[in-house]
Write a protein that binds this ligand. Structure first.
Ligand code: GAL
Length: 688
C-alpha cells in the first residue's frame, strides 16, 4: 500500500470510487457470441453494475500467434461498456499463457515437488521465475498499456490474476537458480546459512551455494529451515512478477492505479500479503465462503484482516461468489439473505467495491457450475433478483465510501509465518491448525460482542489495549521485544499453546517452552502432551481439551494459576496462567491447551472483569450481531450483521442507510435473519 495518500488515488481523488460504491464482476465476454454482449450491458445497468474486470484469461485471443495481435474484440467491448457508463479494471491478461507459448517453450512449465510437470490444459501453467515467461508477459503488458492508455473506460489495471494461486510452489531448475540468488541476498555467507538451517543434522552441510536445491521430495522429513526459506522465497518470487508488470504499467500509464487480487483467505495460505501491500495502489481481495455455519464468521475474519492489511483504508472486494462455487467436494448454494449479508460484511470491514466472479455463469469449461451474477437460468432467477437488490443497497451506501475502519481496542494477531511453520511435518502433533485456532478466538470475541481488529504481526500493537496472539509459534527476538514492551506499557496479552517456540529459522528457543515468551509469561513448559484423535481432557474451569496440552513444570511466584488440568497425567498441573506485569497494569495470559471456542470464551469472560476493553458492545446483543464500524469526519457507519437464522431486534439510534431491516418504535431496529443493517450515527473521534 502506498502510504503516501497522494499516490493512493482511489481514496484521494475518487478516481475509482467517485463517491459511489463500486459494483461489478469479472467479465468474460470472449466466452459469448456478440449478441449476448448487448444483453449483458442491459442487465448490468439494471443491477447497477459500474465496473468490470476484463480480459483476465484472454491472452490466447489477444495474441493468437506469436507477435500477432487481435485487439478488435477488446476495443469493441471496451467501447460498449464505456457507452453504458461501466468502467473497466483492465487485466494485463498474463494469468494464463496461450498454447503456442507452452509449445514453443515447454521450459516455462512449472514442476511440482516430485518433478511432475504442470502441463497446459487448465491455467497458470508458468514458472514465476522463468525469464522466458517474464519476457512474453511483459511484452503483452506493454502492448495493452500502450493501446488502452487513454481509453476513457480504463480506471485501473488488474495485474495478472491471483498470483501464485496454482503455481506458487515451483521446484524446477529455474526456481533452484532463483532460490540460490535469494539465499545469497538473505545470508551474508554460506556458513551463516548452514548455521541457520542447522545443517550439521543428517549430514546436510553445504560447501557450495549451487549444492542447494528447492526442498524437493526427499526420503523423509526435509530440513525445516530450508522449507521456511523456500516458502519466503516463493512468496517473494511471485511478488517479483507483480513488480515487473507494475514497472511497465507505471512507465506507460503512470496515472492509472494498479492492483492485483490477493487471496487473503484460508484456501491459499502461503503468501505473505503483509509484504505485498506496498506494491499496489489499492488492496484488492478475493474471498470464497466456507460452507456451513462457520462460514459467516470466517468471512468476517478474513475481511477484517484484509481491511487491516490495507491500513484501515478502503479496499476492493475483487471476487466472491453470488452462490455456490464448484471447487469444493460439495458446493451448496447460498441461503436466502446471505448474498447481501456477505457483501455488506465486506463493506463493513472497509470494502468500497463489491465484485464477483463472474458476471455470467459459463456455459463451458471447468467453471460451468460456479455461480455468477447471471446464472444459467437467466435473469428471471433468485440470484439475479438478489443481485439487483444488492445493487440498490450499495447505491444507498454511497456516503460510506472513503470512510475508514474505526479502530477496535482489541487486536488479534495473524502471523503468516506462524501459520506456515506450525503446520510443518515432524511436529509433536499434526492436529492443531493455526488458522482454526485464531478463528476460534475470533469467534469467541464475536460471541461475547467484542469488536476486534485482525492485524498482521508487524502492526503497531501500541494502539490496542488487548492483544490476542493465539499459537504465535514463530517469535524472533524483535517480536518478543515488541510484546514485552506492549505489556510493560500496560497492555494485556493473551497467547496460547505452542507459541514462542521457535526463532525465525524454525530453531527451538532453549531453556523450556514457550521459549521466547517464557520470561514474559512466567511459566516453563517441559513437555508437549498432544492428545490422540478422539481423546479429551478437562480443565478446572470446565473447558474441554482436545488435540493439545502441555506440562507446565514451573510457574514464577507472581503468576496466578487461572485454571488447572483435571484428571489424567496432568491432573492438578497449571493449564491457564496470568501474570500482572510492571507498574502500568499490564498482564500476560497463557493458555497451554487447545480449548476451542467455548473455552476461549470462558477465558475472555474471566478477563473481562478486569479488562474493560473486553466488555461487550451493547449493540452486539449477546453475540447475535457482528458489529463492524467505519467512520469519517461526518459520521460513524455501524454495520450490524445478523449471525443468526432468526430476526434480531436491537436498540440502535441513527439513520438506517441500508439492509433488510426495519425501524420499530423509538430506536428499535429489527434485522432480518442473516441480514445486515447499516446505520449512520453522528461522528465520534477515533477513526483509524
Ligand atoms: C478464483 C479465480 C477466478 C475463478 C474463481 C472461482 O480463484 O481468480 O478466476 O476461478 O476463483 O471461484
Amino acid at each position: 500500500m502506498a502510504t503516501d495518500d497522494t499516490t493512493y488515488r482511489w481514496v484521494k481523488d475518487g478516481s475509482l470510487g467517485a463517491g459511489r460504491m463500486r459494483y461489478g464482476a469479472d467479465y468474460n465476454p470472449e466466452q459469448w457470441p456478440r449478441e449476448v454482449w448487448d444483453e449483458d450491458v442491459r442487465l448490468m445497468r439494471e443491477a447497477g453494475v459500474n465496473i468490470v474486470s476484463l480480459g483476465i484469461f484472454s491472452w490466447a485471443l489477444l495474441e493468437p500467434r506469436p507477435g500477432e495481435w487481435d485487439f478488435g474484440w477488446l476495443d469493441e467491448i471496451m467501447g460498449l461498456l464505456h457507452e453504458n457508463g461501466i468502467d473497466v479494471d483492465l487485466a494485463t491478461a498474463t494469468a494464463s499463457p496461450p498454447p503456442w507459448l507452452a509449445k514453443r517453450h515447454p521450459e516455462i512449465l512449472p514442476q511440482t515437488i516430485d518433478g511432475t510437470t504442470l502441463w497446459p490444459g487448465a491455467r497458470q501453467h508458468w514458472r514465476p521465475t522463468s525469464p522466458i515467461f517474464r519476457e512474453h508477459a511483459l511484452r503483452l503488458t506493454r502492448a495493452l498499456a500502450e493501446r488502452y492508455a487513454d481509453h476513457p473506460a480504463l480506471v485501473a489495471w488488474h495485474i495478472s490474476n491471483e498470483l501464485g494461486c496454482h503455481n506458487l510452489y515451483d521446484f524446477s531448475d529455474d526456481a533452484a537458480r532463483a532460490f540460490r540468488l535469494w539465499l545469497q541476498e538473505h545470508y551474508p555467507t554460506l556458513d551463516a546459512l548452514n548455521e541457520a538451517w542447522g545443517t550439521a543434522f543428517w549430514s546436510q552441510h553445504y560447501g557450495e551455494w549451487d549444492e542447494i536445491l528447492p526442498p524437493r521430495t526427499a526420503p523423509t522429513q526435509r530440513n525445516p529451515g530450508q522449507q521456511l526459506d523456500f516458502e519466503r522465497f516463493s512468496s517473494d518470487a511471485v511478488r517479483d512478477h507483480l513488480r515487473a508488470e507494475n514497472a511497465v504499467l507505471a512507465e506507460v500509464t503512470p496515472g492509472v492505479p494498479r492492483t492485483t487480487n490477493f487471496m487473503v483467505a484460508q484456501n491459499v495460505r502461503d503468501i505473505d500479503y503483509a509484504s505485498w501491500v506496498d506494491d499496489v495502489d489499492f488492496v484488492s481481495n478475493d474471498h470464497y465462503l466456507r460452507p456451513g455455519e462457520i462460514g459467516r464468521d470466517d468471512l468476517s475474519f478474513w475481511a477484517n484482516l484484509t481491511g487491516n492489511l490495507a491500513g484501515g483504508r478502503p479496499w476492493f472486494l475483487m471476487e466472491h461468489a453470488t452462490s455456490a462455487v464448484n471447487w469444493r467436494a460439495v458446493n451448496p448454494p447460498k441461503r436466502p439473505g446471505e448474498l447481501v449479508r456477505d457483501a455488506l460484511t465486506h463493506v463493513g470491514h472497509g470494502a468500497d467495491a463489491v465484485c464477483y466472479f463472474q458476471w455470467r455463469q459459463s456455459r463451458a469449461g471447468g467453471e460451468r457450475y460456479h455461480s455468477g451474477m447471471v446464472p444459467h437460468a437467466g435473469a428471471d432467477s433468485r440470484v439475479f433478483r438478489d443481485v439487483v437488490d444488492l445493487g440498490a443497497q450499495l447505491q444507498a451506501l454511497a456516503t460510506v465510501t472513503g470512510s475508514r475502519r474505526e479502530k477496535a481496542r482489541v487486536a488479534l494477531v495473524f502471523d503468516y509465518e506462524s501459520w506456515w511453520v506450525s503446520g510443518r511435518d515432524s511436529h509433536p502433533s499434526e492436529r492443531p491448525a493455526y488458522d482454526d485456532e485464531t478463528l476460534q478466538w475470533y469467534r469467541a470475541l464475536l460471541d461475547l460482542g467484542v469488536r476486534v481488529d485482525v492485524v498482521p504481526v508487524a502492526a503497531d500493537l501500541g494502539a490496542y489495549e488487548v492483544v490476542l496472539a493465539p499459537m504465535l509459534h514463530v517469535v524472533p527476538a524483535s517480536t518478543r521485544d515488541r510484546l514485552v514492551a506492549f505489556v510493560a506499557a500496560g497492555g494485556h496479552l493473551v497467547t496460547t499453546y505452542f507459541s514462542g517456540v521457535v526463532d525465525e529459522h524454525d530453531r527451538v528457543w532453549l531453556g523450556g517452552y514457550p521459549g521466547a515468551l517464557r520470561d514474559l509469561l512466567g511459566v516453563t513448559v517441559e513437555e508437549f502432551v498432544p492428545l490422540l484423535p478422539g481423546e479429551t481432557g478437562a480443565l478446572s474451569s470446565g473447558a474441554v481439551v482436545r488435540d493439545w496440552s502441555e506440562r507446565i513444570s514451573r510457574v514464577e511466584p507472581d503468576v496466578e494459576v487461572v485454571a488447572a488440568y483435571r484428571g489424567g497425567d496432568l491432573d492438578g498441573a497449571p493449564a491457564i496462567t496470568r501474570r500482572r506485569v510492571g507498574v502500568n497494569g499490564g498482564s500476560a495470559t497463557y493458555v497451554s491447551a487447545s480449548i476451542g471456542r467455548e473455552g476461549a470464551g470462558d477465558v475472555l469472560r474471566g478477563l473481562a472483569g478486569d479488562i474493560r476493553a473486553l466488555a461487550a458492545d451493547a449493540l452486539a446483543v449477546g453475540g447475535d450481531l457482528d458489529v463492524i464500524v467505519r467512520a469519517d469526519a461526518d459520521a460513524r457507519y455501524v454495520f450490524l450483521a445478523n449471525r443468526t437464522d432468526d430476526e434480531v431486534t436491537v436498540s440502535a439510534a441513527g439513520d438506517l442507510l441500508a439492509g433488510p431491516a426495519a425501524r420499530g418504535s423509538s430506536d428499535t431496529l429489527t434485522i432480518a435473519p442473516r441480514g445486515v443493517a447499516v446505520i449512520a450515527q453522528a461522528s465520534a473521534a477515533g477513526s483509524a
